[in-house]
Design a protein around this ligand. Structure first.
Ligand SMILES: Cc1cc2nc3c(=O)[nH]c(=O)nc-3n(C[C@H](O)[C@H](O)[C@H](O)COP(=O)(O)O)c2cc1C
Length: 410
């Protein structure tokens, strides 16, 4: 584990866990990072700036207006830092950050941060579960920040609940893991499908499914964070896309097929995370179907996008990833799909483990291996999938190199 040479700003909000920021600063420095500290007014009520001055050798910045800084200290720190870690991140500080406030040195530094931003939330569980807090946490994540925690444990009130700040060592681990990933997908062009498709019965009714689009959007968000160029072909969903992605909105399986087949050859990786309907009504009624006796609907097969991509052979993307959602014989079904669709990786989900929720449990099935993963956040699973995609891209590049050598004229 190393943060050698990394420059990290630790920003403190005003919470009881501020004393743990002392340990965090020490831990980051122990791993080789150069650390500067910024504090809100409220944070100074919990822990003295002198402690950090002693630790880092530099007085923490506590005042945007301090006359001893000739330039704009928040701009300099924002430019300087590879990462800004807010710990403890209070409810108030996160609300201000989510809304783009910049009226103290921590907020102004966050607003200027060029590097990765992390929040380690620390608060009472009722504060954490408050709808405003959840909205703000989501907004911060969407704008590219990484949330480390909170975790379940004893709170300052003596109760046990979700809201406790992660331990300093775990925060340092999280920062380190993310920085190690930083930009490792630079230059990779990724096309991803997400969400359900809706198959029209008449002008007001459709056949759909429970996919929320969260898994595909999480992969898109993490890929963007890791430097990839991302296009999402999205079915109808109720969540906003990650900023920085190109988004192509579609409604039905046939529209999704058209959107992907007309674009895929400009991409290195295609991930089919959408829950594409296998069937559609044979006929779409021109007018709303009237209530009457029992109704029979004839369904016909939709095109199979993954199979059509796999069958492209020479022009197919370097890495092709599919998803399999099964209620039984998960792994076997995924392995059959891998072969039949000529995919490189199948992410196999148990039905019920992930559909519509924030977490997911999956098995990653490849030609030579199966990797069962524990239940985890969709964001964490997205990173695991992207780690495998990175390896598969390397393998594909090697293969191509060997083929080019073999085909080259002597
Ligand atoms: C003793 C005490 C402990 C507090 N602990 C927390 C806390 O753990 N988390 C939190 O979100 N707010 C906590 N608060 C409330 C914040 O200090 C308050 O919202 C403050 O305005 C936050 O300022 P900031 O935006 O600079 O972090 C606490 C307040 C007091 C008086």
């Amino acid at each position: 584990m190393s943060l050698q040479g990394k420059r990290i700003v630790v920003g403190l909000g005003g919470g009881i866990a501020a004393f743990k920021a002392v340990e965090l600063v020490r831990e980051l420095m122990r791993r080789g990072a150069e650390v500067r500290v910024v504090m809100t007014d409220a944070a100074r009520r919990f822990v003295g700036p002198i402690t950090f001055a002693g630790l880092t050798g530099k007085p923490p910045v506590t005042d945007l207006w301090a006359e001893d800084y000739a330039g704009e200290v928040h701009v300099e720190l924002g430019e300087w830092a590879d990462a800004v870690v807010i710990a403890p991140a209070t409810m108030n500080l996160m609300a201000r950050a989510a809304n783009g406030h910049a009226d103290d040195v921590v907020l102004a530094t966050l607003a200027c941060a060029k590097g990765q931003v992390f929040f380690a939330p620390a608060m009472h569980s009722r504060m954490w579960s408050h709808p405003a807090m959840q909205r703000n946490a989501e907004a911060l994540t969407r704008s590219g920040a990484v949330l480390l925690g909170p975790v379940i444990g004893p709170l300052a009130s003596g109760e046990i609940g979700l809201g406790r700040m992660m331990e300093p060592v775990e925060i340092a681990d999280g920062v380190e893991t993310h920085l190690a990933h930083a930009k490792d997908l630079e230059g990779v062009r990724l096309l991803i499908s997400a969400g359900p498709t809706h198959e029209d019965l008449d002008p007001v009714r459709f056949i759909g499914n429970r996919s929320s689009g969260r898994m595909g959007y999480a992969i898109a968000a993490q890929a963007l964070r890791r430097g990839a160029e991302v296009t999402i072909v999205s079915g109808p969903v109720h969540i906003p896309p990650p900023s920085g992605a190109e988004v192509v909105q579609v409604w039905s399986a046939r529209q999704m097929h058209e959107a992907i087949m007309s674009r895929f050859d400009a991409f290195d990786v295609v991930v089919m995370a959408a829950a594409v309907a296998d069937y559609r009504p044979h006929r779409r009624a021109g007018q709303k179907i009237k209530k009457g006796e029992n109704l029979q609907i004839e369904l016909v097969r939709n095109p199979d996008i993954l199979a059509d991509l796999g069958a492209k052979r020479a022009q197919r993307p370097a890495v092709l990833v599919g998803f399999a959602l099964e209620t039984e014989n998960l792994e076997q079904a995924a392995r059959e799909k891998l072969v039949k669709k000529a995919a490189d990786l199948i992410v196999a989900n148990e039905a019920g483990a992930g559909l519509g929720g924030d977490t997911n449990r999956a098995v990653l099935v490849e030609a030579g291996s199966s990797t069962p993963l524990p239940q985890m956040s969709k964001r964490a699973l997205a990173d695991q999938i992207l780690d495998r995609i990175r390896v598969l891209l390397h393998q594909a590049a090697h293969r191509q190199g060997r083929e080019a050598e073999r085909d080259a004229p002597n």
